[in-house]
Design a protein around this ligand. Structure first.
Ligand code: BMA
Length: 743
C-alpha cells in the first residue's frame, strides 16, 4: 500500500515537473539561420556544414546568430521501432555527426518536425511519436525544434504542443521549442508555458508589402503584413515567450532599403532573428544589415519588451521600444513608395507605454543622447523645448532609427514646482479642500461643475480630493459610484483652473476579497504580508498597482505632460480599520508596502507626484515607526474627525498630534496638512469659526480637507441651506482661509 502511494506521489511529482517547458532558454529572442526561405526542401549535410562554416567566418556567430536550423526534408523513414531517421542520401553521416560538427564550431543545431501525420513536404510528422521523437532529438544532441502545423486535421493545437513540450522536457535535454502554428489558434493566449516562441501568422515571402496566394489556397505575406499581425500582440511577448513574425528574408532579393526596414522592424518587435539567406554568398550590404550590432542589441535587450507604434503622421510610422537602463529605441518607418520629409520635434512623442512596460519617454523633462543606429553617429541631444530638432528625410521603404540614452538633466520637476508653490501659499494662508466636490452634493449629482461649496460662497475649494478605490479591480466607477472618466475630467479641470489636486485610494483587500475596511473575520489576516514580494497575493497586487498607475498616468494636460498632484495612499494606518492598519501588519511590513507602491508608481511617473503620509489622529507614539522617511514623503498629513459631544477631546487630540507631526515636518521642511477632517453633518452652527479655525491657525498647515457630501445622512461641507452655512461663509471671508480664487 505504502509502495503504491509512493509511486503515485512520484508520478504526480514527475507530471508536475513535465507540465513545465524548459526554462532559462529563449530569455532573449532566438538568433540563427534556417534553411527554408532560401533552399526549401533542397538541403544536405554539406550545405548545412557550409552554412555553419560561414556563420563563423563572417562573424555572424559572434554577433549572436548561433542556431543552425534544418527545416523540412531532412527526414528519412522511421525504423522498425518507430524512431525517426535522417534521409540517408542527404544526410549520410546522420544528425548526430552534424550536431557534433556545429557544436565544435560553437553553434547549436535545430531540427524540424510537425504536429500532424506528415510534415508540409510529406515527411513523417510527430503525431503519435512525440516522446520518441523528442528522445531521438536529445540523443542526437539537438538544441532546437521548430514544430509545424501541416496535416493536423482533428489535432488540438494546445494539446499537441503541450505534448511535445512535455516530451522535450522528459527527454532531459534543454531544447528550444519554436511553435509554427501560423497563429491559427491564437497561441499567444495559451502557449506562454508551452513554447519559447510562436508564429503569429502565415509564412513570409520575399516581398515588402504584398501577399501571394498559392494554388493550394494558402497565402504568403510580406514584411508589412507580418508587422501588422505582430503589432497588436505585444502584451503577450516577453523573455522566454516571443511572438514570431517569421524568419528573415534579408539578402533574398528585396532592395537594400527594404531589407534594412525589415531587419530594423524585427529588432523593434523583439522578434526572433532567424536568417533565411545563403550566408556563403552575401553582398556587403546584406552583411552590414545583419551584423549591425547596435541594432541587434535593440532586439536582444534584456527588458524583452516588444516595441509599439506611437504615432502615424504623413504616412510615417513612429515606433518606440523601451530598453534596459532607461534607454529607448526609436524608429521612423516609411512604408510608402516615396521619400518623406519630416520635421522631428521630440515633444510630439511624450507617451507612457501603459500596456506593457509602464515606462514613459518624458521628453519634456528628460534629455537623451541620440545615437543613429544605421550611420553609427551620435547626433546630439533631444530638446526639452517644444521645437523642431531636425528636418529629416526618410527614404521610401526604409527607416531612420535611433537609440536614446538618458543624460542627467537638472530641470525642476512639476512635483518640485508644486512643492514650492504650496510652500508659498502656506505663508499666505490655509487652503480649504473638499472631497468629491464637483460630482454631487446635497440634493444634486453630476451637474457639470456644480459644487455645494461654490453654490454657497461663489468659489470652488482651493483643494479637491478624489478617490480611486475600485480602479485596482478594473471597475468603471469608484467605491462611491464616481465614474473614473468623469473623475479624470474633473481632476484635469481643477488643475487647469489653478487648483490643487489630492488623490486617496481605498483599494479592496486582495487577500480576503473584502474591502479596505476589515471585518471581524479578517482581523487575524495579514494582507500586507501577502501582497509583498514572496507573498501569496503579490502577483495579483502587482496587477492592481498596474491599473492604479495607468489611471494616474492618464492624468495629463494637453501637451501630454502628467499633471502634478498629491497622492495619499495607505492613510489612517494608526487606526485598526483598514487592512494596512495598526495591529494588522508590522511597522516594517507597512513601510515595505509603502515603498513597493511608491517604487512601482514612480517608475512610470517620476516627476509629478507629491507623496502624502497621513495617520489618523489619536495615534500612539510608535506610529512614527511607520513613517516612510523624509526621502519618501512630501506632505505629512493628519486625518481628524470630531465626534458628537467630543469637542474637548477633538481639540486636545488635534493639538497634541499636530504638535508631534509639525515637529516631524519641521525636521526637513516638509509640508503639513489636515488631509481629512470634519464634523459629520456639522450639527454645531458655529463649528467652523469657533472650534476648527482657531485650532488649525496654530499650525503651519498647507490645507485642511473635509470629506464628501454623500447625501443628507453623511456630509461634511456646507451647502446654501445647511445650518452651518453662515458660519462657513464667515470663516472663508478671512483672508487667511484660501479658496480657489485666492490662489
Ligand atoms: C468614508 C465614507 C464612505 C466612503 C469612503 C471612501 O469615509 O465617506 O462612504 O465610501 O470614505 O470615500
Amino acid at each position: 500500500m505504502k509502495k503504491i502511494a509512493c509511486i503515485i506521489l512520484c508520478l504526480a511529482a514527475c507530471h508536475g515537473l513535465m507540465a513545465q517547458k524548459w526554462e532559462k532558454i529563449g530569455d532573449r529572442p532566438q538568433m540563427g539561420w534556417n534553411s527554408w526561405n532560401k533552399f526549401g526542401g533542397n538541403i544536405s549535410e554539406d550545405l548545412i556544414k557550409g552554412i555553419a562554416d560561414a556563420l563563423v567566418e563572417t562573424g555572424l556567430r559572434d554577433a549572436g546568430y548561433v542556431y543552425v536550423n534544418l527545416d523540412d526534408c531532412w527526414h528519412g523513414e522511421r525504423d522498425a521501432d518507430g524512431f525517426i531517421q535522417a534521409d540517408p542520401k542527404r544526410f549520410p553521416s546522420g544528425i548526430k555527426a552534424l550536431a557534433d560538427y556545429v557544436h565544435a564550431k560553437g553553434l547549436k543545431l535545430g531540427i524540424y518536425s510537425d504536429c500532424g501525420t506528415a510534415t508540409c513536404a510529406g515527411r513523417p510528422g510527430s503525431l503519435g511519436h512525440e516522446y520518441q521523437d523528442a528522445l531521438q532529438y536529445a540523443r542526437w544532441e539537438v538544441d532546437y525544434l521548430k514544430e509545424d502545423w501541416c496535416n493536423t486535421a482533428d489535432v488540438n493545437a494546445r494539446g499537441a504542443y503541450r505534448l511535445m513540450s512535455d516530451a522535450l522536457r522528459a527527454s532531459g535535454r534543454p531544447i528550444f521549442l519554436s511553435m509554427c502554428e501560423w497563429g491559427s489558434n491564437k497561441p499567444w493566449l495559451w502557449a506562454r508555458d508551452i513554447g519559447h516562441s510562436w508564429r503569429i501568422g502565415p509564412d513570409i515571402w520575399c516581398n515588402f508589402d504584398s501577399t501571394r496566394v498559392h494554388p493550394q489556397g494558402f497565402t504568403d505575406i510580406g514584411v508589412m503584413q507580418c508587422i501588422r499581425l505582430c503589432e497588436p500582440l505585444r502584451k503577450y511577448a516577453g523573455p522566454g515567450h516571443w511572438n514570431d513574425p517569421d524568419m528573415l528574408e534579408v539578402g533574398n532579393g528585396m532592395t537594400v532599403n527594404e531589407d534594412r526596414a525589415h531587419f530594423t522592424m524585427w529588432c523593434m518587435m523583439a522578434s526572433p532573428l532567424i536568417l533565411g539567406n545563403d550566408l556563403r554568398a552575401m553582398s556587403q550590404e546584406t552583411k552590414a544589415i545583419l551584423m549591425n550590432r547596435e541594432m541587434i542589441a535593440v532586439d536582444q535587450d534584456e527588458l524583452g519588451v516588444q516595441g509599439l507604434r506611437v504615432a502615424t503622421e504623413q504616412g510615417l510610422e513612429f515606433w518606440f521600444k523601451p530598453l534596459t537602463g532607461g534607454d529607448w529605441a526609436m524608429t521612423i518607418l516609411n512604408p510608402t513608395k516615396e521619400a518623406v520629409n519630416y520635421d522631428l520635434n521630440w515633444q510630439h512623442f511624450n507617451f507612457i507605454d501603459t500596456e506593457v512596460s509602464r515606462l514613459g519617454t518624458h521628453f519634456y523633462m528628460q534629455a537623451y543622447k541620440i545615437r543613429n543606429l544605421w550611420t553609427h553617429k551620435d547626433e546630439g541631444l533631444t530638446s526639452l523645448a517644444n521645437k523642431v530638432w531636425r528636418k529629416l528625410t526618410v527614404p521610401a521603404r526604409d527607416v531612420v532609427s535611433y537609440r536614446l540614452t538618458p543624460v542627467t538633466t537638472k530641470r525642476t520637476t512639476t512635483a518640485q514646482l508644486l512643492t514650492a508653490r504650496l510652500g508659498k501659499l502656506q505663508k499666505k494662508g490655509i487652503m480649504f479642500g473638499h472631497q468629491d466636490d464637483p460630482f454631487y452634493g446635497l440634493g444634486w449629482s453630476y451637474e457639470g461643475g456644480r459644487s455645494d461649496v461654490r453654490d454657497l460662497v461663489g468659489d470652488y475649494p482651493a483643494v479637491m480630493g478624489f478617490e480611486l478605490g475600485g480602479i485596482e479591480v478594473g471597475d468603471d466607477k469608484n467605491l462611491d459610484s464616481v465614474p473614473f472618466q468623469v473623475m479624470r475630467r474633473e481632476i484635469i479641470a481643477q488643475h487647469r483652473r489653478g487648483g490643487i489636486v489630492t488623490i486617496s485610494w481605498h483599494p479592496r483587500n486582495p487577500h480576503t476579497g473584502g474591502t479596505s475596511w476589515v471585518n471581524a473575520q479578517e482581523r487575524d489576516k495579514n494582507t500586507v504580508a501577502a501582497v509583498l514580494p514572496g507573498g501569496k497575493d503579490h502577483e495579483v497586487f502587482q496587477i492592481w498597482l498596474g491599473r492604479l498607475t495607468n489611471f494616474l498616468a492618464s492624468l495629463c494636460d494637453e501637451q501630454g505632460q502628467p499633471i502634478p498632484f498629491i497622492f495619499r495612499p495607505w492613510h489612517e494606518n494608526s487606526g485598526g480599520w483598514f487592512w494596512w492598519g495598526r495591529g494588522l501588519c508590522s511597522a516594517e511590513e507597512y513601510k515595505a508596502l509603502w515603498n513597493m507602491t511608491q517604487d512601482f508608481v514612480t517608475r512610470t511617473l517620476p516627476y509629478n507626484i507629491l507623496w502624502s503620509w497621513s495617520p489618523n489622529y489619536g495615534f500612539e507614539p510608535d506610529v512614527l515607526k511607520t513613517y516612510p522617511g523624509h526621502d519618501r514623503v512630501d506632505v505629512i498629513g493628519l486625518d481628524a474627525y470630531q465626534q458628537r459631544g467630543g469637542e474637548q477631546a477633538f481639540i486636545a487630540t488635534l493639538n497634541k498630534d499636530l504638535t508631534t507631526l509639525s515637529a516631524l515636518a519641521a525636521e526637513k521642511g516638509k509640508l503639513l496638512a489636515l488631509t481629512e477632517c470634519g464634523y459629520q453633518n456639522v450639527p454645531d452652527p458655529t463649528w467652523w469659526t469657533r472650534v476648527l479655525k482657531p485650532q488649525i491657525e496654530k499650525f503651519p498647515l498647507s490645507y485642511f480637507l473635509v470629506w464628501r457630501n454623500a447625501d443628507h445622512h453623511q456630509y461634511f461641507a456646507p451647502a446654501p441651506d445647511t445650518s452651518d452655512a453662515p458660519d462657513f461663509r464667515k470663516m472663508v471671508a478671512d483672508k487667511r482661509i484660501l479658496m480657489l480664487g485666492d490662489l
